[in-house]
Design a protein around this ligand. Structure first.
Ligand code: SF4
Ligand code: SF4
Ligand code: SF4
Length: 291
């Protein structure tokens, strides 16, 4: 359970019912999940500070106010932000140029709080209220169509970010991690089931001796895993083709796809292949279930 506490005049933070030092440090972090501290998210950075492996001045989104909060908790002096981790700045918002977006989904896969919606080969959009300004969607974009636009004038750090926004970002990140864990578990379970099925079918294909003399029968498509796979792919392609035709009729078909260069297409294919290997579900499905 998380409750809101006033730790100093004008400073409210959300604290959890847990008691470890890492928990209390995490409660003070802005939760943009930007990785600028050098850790994959706010929680691992909190754990590193608690373990004495990281300094408490590595979080640019928290700025000097964030350093002061951590210093107060840890009983240490307020020190300057480490410039190697970045600078305190007005909070930016990611904005996608929809005329250039090719719908490759790479930004969605990079966003730590699921703030981007869209589907493969269709334009993508950032949900402003959910964007933490973490910058993580910018580098993967193969057509460089994401701009980070400052939206808080001169306000920086915690002056540009509220505790409610931090709480919401943390919750969305936690949900994303839980979903990814479920998807990985499901992928492992599917792989185990396939392996078990292959194992179960093996004795039948290496039939008993007396069967070796019987005339060889062609395997039925229903029992041939490769044939099944091809049929599933064929059906999926057919569904995608029909969907594309429907969207085109409504004037809402995929945009910019004819402008994709061979390099970009290779990146898209590699991303799709990665998702297939990991057994991750469709990105559009994912966001529909979240909103
Ligand atoms: S907001 Fe960014 S820099 Fe700060 S702790 Fe979280 S991930 Fe690290
Ligand atoms: S849209 Fe981009 S900048 Fe905004 S939270 Fe997602 S990855 Fe970060
Ligand atoms: S082209 Fe850029 S903005 Fe569009 S989906 Fe790909 S990464 Fe996202």
């Amino acid at each position: 359970m998380r409750v809101r506490l006033a730790t100093a005049p004008n400073v409210n933070v959300t604290v959890t019912a847990r008691e470890t030092l890492a928990d209390r440090i995490e409660d003070l972090l802005p939760q943009t999940q930007c990785t600028k501290c050098g850790y994959p998210a706010c929680r691992p950075y909190a754990e590193a500070i608690a373990a004495g492996d990281a300094n408490y001045n590595q979080c640019p989104p928290g700025g000097i106010e964030g350093v002061a909060r951590l210093a107060h908790l840890l009983g240490k002096p307020v020190i300057a932000l480490n410039p190697e981790n970045g600078v305190e700045r007005p909070r930016p918002l990611a904005v996608i140029d929809e005329n250039v977006c090719i719908g490759c989904t790479l930004c969605m896969q990079a966003c730590p709080v699921d703030a981007i919606v869209g589907a493969a080969k269709q334009m993508h959009t950032v949900i402003e209220a959910l964007c933490t300004g973490c910058d993580l969607c910018v580098p993967p974009c193969p057509v460089d169509c994401i701009a980070m636009i400052p939206v808080t004038l001169d306000a920086t750090g915690w002056d540009a970010w509220t505790q409610d926004q931090a709480d919401a970002a943390r919750e969305r990140h936690d949900r994303r991690l839980a979903r990814q864990a479920r998807e990985r578990e499901a992928a492992v379970a599917r792989a185990a089931a396939r392996q078990a099925q292959r194992h179960a079918e093996r004795p039948a294909s290496h039939a008993p001796d007396d069967a070796q003399t019987a005339p060889a029968a062609a395997p039925a498509v229903a029992d041939d895993p490769e044939a099944k796979k091809r049929a599933i792919i064929q059906a999926a392609l057919e569904r995608a083709r029909k969907k594309k035709e429907e969207l085109a009729t409504l004037g809402a078909g995929p945009k910019n796809t004819e402008r994709v260069s061979a390099d970009v297409q290779a990146q898209i294919d590699a991303a799709e292949e990665r998702r297939r290997r990991l057994g991750l579900g469709g990105v559009s499905e994912k966001n529909e279930s979240d909103h």
